[in-house]
Design a binder for this molecule. Sequence first.
Ligand code: FAD
Length: 281
Amino acid sequence: MSQERRYSFEFFPTKTDAGHEKLLVVARQLAGYQPDFFSCTYGAGGSTRDRTLNTVLQLDGEVKVPTAPHLSCVGDSKAELRQLLSTYRENGIRRIVALRGDLPSGMGQAHGELRYANDLVEFIRQESGDHFHIEVAAYPEMHPQARNFEDDLQNFARKCRAGADSAITQYFFSADCYFYFVERAQKLGLDLPITPGIMPITNYSKLARFSDACGAEIPRWIRKQLEAYGDDIASIQAFGEEVVTRMCERLLDGGAPGLHFYTLNQAEPSLAIWNNLKLPR
Ligand code: FAD
């Protein structure tokens, strides 16, 4: 695994001007910690195409942190993807998070011309050669639609071999599943950095809902403790911060190549963990 650690913060594009202004304040605060990059999510089917593009260009150009757009292929045509890639290239964007994506409910099951993330990685390489550093998604606890772990691992290998440079994981709360996944990937000859995605715990009910949908397990001892706090947000956050900090310590001690924070457009929860870990500023 790479010795060079990299730290990054993920945002989502907001729907309102007020939300966007708030996002810029958060991004500027996080920029002070000199992360290696920011990333900005993309609504599958193109639902945030313009907002993602504008947010990426502003974070990259004005906040001055290299920013990676997420790009998902399900529901987008090759022409739409080609256009976005070319706009990003023209604006000096060098990193992309390449995903299949999930169509929002109500948009049906229609596939774009590219069906899986490995198709998108291949397409980006065909269109743009080595211009972009390509990140792909990894699922230490298995993608929710995967038939089984082995199948999912082979599919992960497929998109790595299609030309990915590194991977970011879905969030998890057990370091063991991450280490096992990395070990199994390495046994397949995949030596790309696999950075853990870190979800700070701030709100139990939202986290539980989201985790059910994306297949991330909240271990029983954490779930029970969070449930027991009820509406006591301060205790939920204090416990969550301690649990996630400890897990990050284990991850970094065990050789993880960095951390990618799912900020949910908030600075403090990620920074609390960052400061507890005494990460470089
Ligand atoms: P894939 O790698 O294509 O895998 C999807 C499923 O298909 C898996 O079950 C896999 O085993 C299977 N599979 C893969 N390739 C093949 C193949 N060739 N043949 C048969 N089966 C195959 N979603 C968004 O909509 N927007 C975002 O911005 C976004 N950002 C994300 C960032 C990160 C770091 C992560 C971890 C997830 C993100 N997601 C995002 C969620 C992601 O889009 C969903 O998890 C989606 O269901 C799968 O995308 P993928 O790129 O991992 O898909």
